[in-house]
Design a protein around this ligand. Structure first.
Ligand SMILES: Cc1ncc(C[n+]2csc(CCOP(=O)(O)OP(=O)(O)O)c2C)c(N)n1
Ligand SMILES: [Mg+2]
Length: 197
């Protein structure tokens, strides 16, 4: 397993102009690593829906690379999205999975059979163009540059150290406010070249 913060630092060197969506407990570390906030899209707590939303972004913005940092509990809620992605073969879609083997946000409840799931294998048999699995930072860091040059849909499974939240939600330290939804949509429209009069 490796830390999300280190993983994001390594990825950030190869991000270039990609649009990045980081979800799950560990997704917050992307904020420290990102150097282009205008190309970061926040999807908040849309558990089970993030992968489909990002497929939509990739299909709608075919000239932009779309990188999703997904979480395994969320992906499990909508596993049928894997063949849906493959059926569309979006060349610009990079699907990273931060597999921490638990539902960290809600207290660390175990994900069923987490130690034995072969996520890259599932993506491969669903029809992704390229699939990878990493359980240490060194291998990830030395391969991520080449991965970002591959034609998608690419799936990258990573074993990530869980950062379990045990405080009741109301007592948790609030994350500093990022951009508002309106600002995010304005930036996406600019990227897409959509003019609003
Ligand atoms: C539809 C739905 N069900 C339940 C929740 C509550 N919930 C928020 S995060 C979370 C756990 C998410 O686990 P995972 O996707 O593995 O991300 P992690 O917390 O491990 O980073 C749950 C159950 C939710 N937000 N939406
Ligand atoms: Mg998880």
């Amino acid at each position: 397993m490796f830390n999300a913060a280190d993983m994001f630092k390594a990825f950030g060197k190869h991000r270039d102009k990609a649009i990045v969506i980081a979800t799950g407990t560990s997704g917050r570390h992307w904020r420290e690593a990102s150097t282009d906030m205008k190309r970061d899209v926040a999807l908040g707590g849309s558990m089970g829906q993030t992968t489909a939303a990002c497929l939509g972004l990739a299909l709608g913005l075919p000239n932009e690379k779309v990188c999703l940092f997904d979480s395994e509990g969320s992906l499990l809620m909508n596993l049928g999205i894997l063949p849906t992605v493959s059926g569309k073969q979006p060349k610009n879609f990079y699907h990273f999975l931060m597999d921490n083997e638990c539902y960290a946000t809600t207290g660390g409840q175990p994900v069923a059979n987490a130690q034995n799931l072969d996520w890259a294998g599932m993506a491969k048999s669903a029809g992704y163009a390229a699939t990878y699995h990493f359980d240490n930072l060194e291998d990830f860091a030395s391969n991520v540059g080449d991965i970002m040059k591959k034609a998608g849909p690419v799936f990258v499974s990573m074993k990530i150290v869980p950062e379990i939240e045990n405080e009741p939600i109301g007592r948790r330290q609030r994350q500093p406010a990022g951009r508002s939804r309106g600002e995010m949509i304005r930036d996406l429209r600019e990227i897409a070249g959509v003019k609003v009069s």
